[in-house]
Design a protein around this ligand. Sequence first.
Ligand SMILES: Cc1ncc(COP(=O)(O)O)c(C=O)c1O
Length: 383
Amino acid sequence: MFSERIERLTGSLIREILALTQREGVISFAGGLPAMEAMPELDLAQAPQELRQYGTTEGEPSLRARIATDLSRLGRSCAADQVLVTAGSQQGIDLASKLFVDPGTPVLIEAPSYLAAIQSFRLFGARFIALPLSPQGIDPAALRAEIARQRPAFAYLIPTFQNPSGYCYSEATRLEVARVLDNARVPLIEDEPYRELNYKHVDHVPICAHLKAAPWIYLGSLSKTGMPGLRIGYAAASPDLVPLLVRLKQSADLHTNRLGQWWADRFLRNPDYPAHLERLRASYRARRDAMAAALDRHFRDFARWEVPAGGLFFWVQLNRPLDSRVLLKKALDRNVAFMPGEPFFPDDDRPRGFLRLNFSHADDEAIEHGIRILGQVVRSCLD
Ligand SMILES: Cc1ncc(COP(=O)(O)O)c(C=O)c1O
């Protein structure tokens, strides 16, 4: 009755956990949710009436121009007609899946990688080539070897404050990865929703800015700096890919909602935008530090982690490979939620003992309380 791909449709563990965290009194470190109080006001009072009409598939011209200017400033020279406004960067992932993936298509990803990207690629039948990720990024030599061995349709990378690890590729790795992809002409899908959320200075020129020959898609989002509820993201792409992405978008939803695009354009052009980003960074930096301190108090004996330079997550590795899905059940009994690490790996023999902890959503007091309880839960499973 259904298409064969429906057999590959997996539920979203994140969505299921997020549903549980709506329960009264649950402290959630599970989602990648911005703090409600850190979001700008949603003031739509001045929205023009013309927004009621259909718009263009590519997106509102002024917003596309602004995004192209910002990307060019980052070093990736880009014209407005290379930008497609999407329903969050998640839609960019869906469009890229449709563009490149057939059943059995090899796709190169980091291990671990963003859960919902893995799900999307898997839905279309991808076969995963997973490269281990270190705090400096993937190993360019391993990338070269895998490309020579199995020629992936593309590499999907999250080089800046990665989800789930929080890692940020070094500049040397970025340059080398770009060189490897260029030499082999393997397309890059670079996904950067956390780019603006840096808590100290780091070098992070997008990898696509270094590309000279390989096709590329750069995904950005206003979900983490603005508001996720409006579903505004974008896909900028090398000129060869743009017309195909536009046609795929056309058949998906005609265009992204115009009200959200109108709001996003004003948000990015508001003279207060840089100050808003600074406030956001200051507030999340404080929460990151609160979580680092709480982890030091309650996890030090049995786990390790890096303090992330940006993004929204701690990636905690327990010294013993406990199944973190079992830990989650016990934690939820005590009203604390987190994301188990296993689903961020694509294979069946997934490493165990990883927890992804979000620090943007709970306040300092809840962070200390929740991490203490979580520490007790882990300890009770180690005894
Ligand atoms: C790496 C990554 N890509 C894409 C997304 C989707 O974001 P959006 O809200 O822009 O669709 C997320 C959301 O958490 C993410 O972490």
